[in-house]
Design a protein around this ligand. Structure first.
Ligand SMILES: C[S@@+](CC[C@H](N)C(=O)[O-])C[C@H]1O[C@@H](n2cnc3c(N)ncnc32)[C@H](O)[C@@H]1O
Length: 240
């Protein structure tokens, strides 16, 4: 059941990208089927229902397509009995630096989508407004350490008590797996049509200390699914 269900979920989540060109479609399928964080978010019920979401560095909007597809399958009665009910997002707002990705997202969701709004912007400058859940998947290391600290501070200010910040970072203290991670990061960035960036990483302990300083209660989980990477998911809640 689960394999068939996952195939249906991946098909549904990548469908919006089918009209946006070969790259957008293949990228979403590859990403959603090989990156375990998408599956784990649903399987562990990490996201609340009826929430306002803000995804910073959202790329072409794969996470939003995933959440919408999950809800659609659930409402159609195609949902594993042992998985928690998937969220029904009130708002899915994304901020993405690269216009190419924003264009891919716009082709996938349209400009008048009732829930999804993806805008071009730099998260180190953009206004976050208010959100119940803020996510940054694999994007915090693209800007310098002072800006990272400022972004985290502004995320904290944008969340209500009990709000959730979910992120994934590379652990710079992990040795070889960390270097493999960075090499893959450069390769994927290049394939997606962007210039090779300088990366600003930190050891995991430093990320955790910085988040705890901001009052977050932090849970960590390695998120590599058998690959020799140093990726760690951080599930950070504010006290209620
Ligand atoms: C590795 S990709 C991950 C994309 C997306 N989060 C996902 O999981 O599919 C990192 C993304 O962060 C974006 N990014 C990097 N720096 C950014 C910034 N300062 N503001 C907004 N987006 C940024 C990149 O353009 C890229 O699309």
């Amino acid at each position: 059941m689960t394999q068939r269900f996952l195939r249906a979920l991946i098909n549904e989540a990548s469908r919006p990208f089918a009209g946006g060109g070969h790259f957008a479609y293949r990228y979403s399928r590859g990403k959603l089927s090989s990156d375990s964080i998408f599956r784990e978010i649903l399987k562990r019920g990490l996201f609340p229902t009826n929430a306002r979401y803000l995804d910073l560095g959202c790329g072409q909007g794969s996470l939003f397509a995933w959440l919408l597809a999950a809800r659609k399958l659930y409402e159609a009665g195609n949902w594993p009995v042992d998985w928690p009910v998937p969220p029904k997002p009130q708002e899915l707002r994304g901020i993405e630096l690269m216009q190419k990705d924003v264009d891919r997202a716009t082709r996938a969701f349209g400009i008048d989508h009732p829930v999804v709004h993806i805008e071009q912007g730099d998260m180190t400058q953009a206004t976050f407004g208010r959100a119940d859940v803020i996510t940054i998947l694999d994007a915090l290391h693209y800007f310098d350490h002072a800006s990272q600290r400022d972004v985290l501070k502004r995320i904290r200010a944008a969340l209500p008590p009990g709000g959730l910040f979910l992120t994934r970072v590379g652990d710079a203290s992990a040795g070889l797996p960390y270097h493999i991670c960075n090499w893959v990061d450069h390769a994927v960035t290049f394939i997606r049509g962007h210039r090779l960036p300088r990366l600003y990483c930190r050891p995991l302990d430093e990320w955790i200390a910085m988040l705890e300083d901001l009052d977050f209660i932090v849970e960590t989980d390695s998120m590599n699914e058998g690959k020799p990477f140093a990726n760690v998911m951080l599930v950070c809640h504010l006290p209620k």
